[in-house]
Structures are given as structure tokens and as C-alpha cells.
Design a protein around this ligand. Sequence first.
Ligand SMILES: NC(=O)c1ccc[n+]([C@@H]2O[C@H](COP(=O)([O-])OP(=O)(O)OC[C@H]3O[C@@H](n4cnc5c(N)ncnc54)[C@H](O)[C@@H]3O)[C@@H](O)[C@H]2O)c1
Length: 255
Amino acid sequence: MSGLLEGKRILVTGVITDASIAFHAAKAAQEQGAEVVLTGFGRLSLVERIATRLPKPAPVLELDVSNAEHLETLPERLRQHVSGLDGVLHSIGYAPPSCLGEPFLDAPWEDVATGVEISAYSLKSLSTAVLPLMGEGGSIVGMDFDARVAWPAYNWMGVAKAALESTSRYLARELGPQGIRVNLVSAGPVRTMAAKSIPGFSELEAGWGDRAPLGWDVNDPTPVAKSICAVLSDWLPATTGSMIMVDGGVHSLGI
Ligand SMILES: NC(=O)c1ccc[n+]([C@@H]2O[C@H](COP(=O)([O-])OP(=O)(O)OC[C@H]3O[C@@H](n4cnc5c(N)ncnc54)[C@H](O)[C@@H]3O)[C@@H](O)[C@H]2O)c1
């Protein structure tokens, strides 16, 4: 039986540990037949070491989404490995410590601006950078934590995610005519490095498993990885500008 992503060339950003959502998405994508290229930020030798734990070898390219030269040279560096791209996973988020857990009212604009640039504007930067390789259309997927409501501790990262949600809708509008779909997977809490850096993450994850109609395991990134692969595949061909909720159903509850 052929895999869901057989013949697809997928760029996966955001691997930093083997707990990263991106690592599990890359693994599931390879298991479904995709050819995967990774990008890493900063600690490249670490990302290369983590990449060896994937079922198949995957090249690692350096990409800081706020570095204009990295973005500009991305297509030629990608072409050394793949002739084009059918899918891209943006699994990137960062905000300085003042934006998370600290009093919401205290974060200075410079820190908020960094959070919005790295976590939201970068979806546009990455999409623009890869466009030359997506001539035949494809799927761009970003990672969200439902920003339609206010959470404990998530603070300005929540504001950045709201900007990401809006950015994905405008990108969907702009890139739809080229056959490119842009969607977000809005995940429930998963224990990763980024999650652990949120003081108060335990408050966010507390009770999620009990509340979720389908249950939820914060130590199991597989449901999120599988859903990312589904959105990267050809099986949601008329879906763009959407948030796909992958949270065990918590978003659908009142109390
Ligand atoms: N873990 C959760 O509970 C959860 C829930 C919903 C959404 N998300 C989102 O999933 C995505 C991946 O996070 P994760 O939880 O797997 O954590 P993670 O720490 O494994 O991944 C975050 C990634 O962002 C990358 N990054 C940071 N700054 C960058 C930059 N300037 N350029 C390029 N890459 C940069 C890091 O290198 C890292 O690989 C993020 O967008 C996060 O907000 C996470």
C-alpha cells in the first residue's frame, strides 16, 4: 500500500530535540513516503544528530527565519537536494521571557516585536522564500495554539499566535490562485522544549486530558504529527485559511 505522502517533497522547519513536534511530523511524513528536508536554527550539529534518529536520512539546512540572507539563499540550497517542494511545515515559535508568564502588562514592545516577528511574520517570510520551488502548488502548514481566547501564562505568545492565525488567512487568500493551500494545525499542549520554557505551562496542560472528549496525552505528539501529514497530503484539497483543531476536542467545550 502506498503512503499518504508518497512522492511528496516536504520541507520541515523547527526540529531542535526528538520531542519537537517537527521531529514527529518529519518521522510520520517519511513513514508515509515523503522525501524530507529539514532546516535548523542555530545549533545545527544538534539538529543533525537528532535527524539521524529519523527512519531515513534527511539533509539539514541552516535557517533563521529572521535572517534575510538565509531566506534569500534558501531556494538554491534546497535545489541541491530536491527539484521542488510539495509541502512546508512552519513549526517555529519564540518570544523573550518577558512575554511569557511574567505580568502581561510588563512586556516591553521590543520583546513583543521579536515574538511577533519570529512566531507570526515568519510564516510570510518562509512562504515567500519557498515560493520559487512550489510552482505546481502545494500545502503550507503552520503550528498554532488556539489564540481566539486568553490563556494563563501564554500572554504575548498568544498575541503572536493571533497574528499567525490572521497571517495564515491572508497568505491563503494571496497564494490560493497558485494552488497553494495555507492552514494551521492548532494543537493541544505537548511537552517540548518550547512548551517547557513557558513558566505556567503546567497550568495550561493541567486537566486537558480529563476535559478532552477524546482524551489527550501531553507526552504523545503522534496525533499532532499525523494531522500535520494529513494537511500536507492531497486529501484536504479544498481547505485553506483554516485552523485544524487537534486538541482532543477541548476547543469545542464551554466548561
Ligand atoms: N508544544 C506545544 O504544546 C504546542 C502547542 C501548540 C502549538 N505549538 C507550536 O508548535 C511549534 C513548534 O514548537 P514545539 O512545541 O515543537 O517546540 P520546539 O522547541 O521543539 O520547537 C520550536 C522551534 O522553533 C525554532 N526557532 C526558534 N526561533 C527560530 C528562528 N529565529 N528561526 C528558525 N527557527 C526558530 C527552534 O529552533 C525550535 O526548533 C511552535 O510554533 C509552537 O508554538 C506547540
